[in-house]
Design a protein around this ligand. Structure first.
Ligand code: AMP
Length: 195
């Protein structure tokens, strides 16, 4: 059976880690629009160059640019059995776009996992992680280092992405998960909700 799982939650909630674990567990591709954008930017593709200034400011890339990027990835053969979607949709128009795309192929969403984390913990986690990575000499995302950019990403999350959760709640697809717990506990909770 076809499995489409969406992971949602504020920046730093650990949804990327969970998406990766779910992807391995179910042998489904992990589709992260943030990763697709960073990759496009690294290769200086037209989409990457269009996205650059938005990403640097912690703003969303315009819907039509994001949708074009996502659609071309979802049309790859490895997505035919389903996929784990991480970082999309982040706006109601993006959610409507996804619905149209899936409807056209007679596909449906299995679950929307909503990893909940208070704002104060979000800031602490992102900065803590960035600092830790920097000290370890690892590559650190520019948008994880600047206080004002982190605050902007949280504000944009409340304004634009929380309505997406309401959109899916109305369809009875949302499973709230307490993201203050450790990675393994959250993963077990995620599996329970999906099954
Ligand atoms: P992320 O790694 O998911 O935090 O994404 C990094 C950046 O890519 C975001 O701050 C946005 O600028 C952009 N981005 C990723 N996904 C989306 C999306 N679904 N809609 C608009 N912009 C996005």
């Amino acid at each position: 059976m076809n499995k489409i799982i969406i992971v949602m939650g504020p920046p730093g909630c650990g949804k990327g880690t969970q998406a990766k674990k779910l992807s391995e567990h179910f042998s489904l591709p992990h589709i992260s629009t943030g990763d697709l954008f960073r990759d496009a930017l690294a290769h200086e593709t037209p989409i990457g160059l269009k996205a650059k200034s938005y990403m640097e400011k912690g703003e969303f890339v315009p819907d039509e640019v994001t949708e074009a990027l996502l659609q071309s990835r979802l049309e790859d053969g490895d997505c035919a059995k389903g996929f784990i979607l991480d970082g999309f949709p982040r706006t109601v128009p993006e959610a409507e776009f996804l619905e149209g795309f899936l409807d056209a192929q007679n596909l449906g969403i299995a679950a929307v996992l909503d990893y909940e984390l208070p704002d104060a913990v979000v800031i602490e986690r992102i900065q803590g992680r960035a600092q830790h990575d920097k000290e370890a000499g690892k590559h650190v995302r520019e948008d994880d280092l600047k206080d004002d950019v982190i605050k902007k990403r949280i504000a944009v999350y409340h304004e634009e992405t929380e309505p997406v959760i309401s959109f899916y709640k109305a369809k009875d697809l949302v499973f709230p998960i307490d993201a203050t717990h450790d990675v393994e506990t959250i993963f077990q909770e995620s599996l329970k909700d999906i099954n």
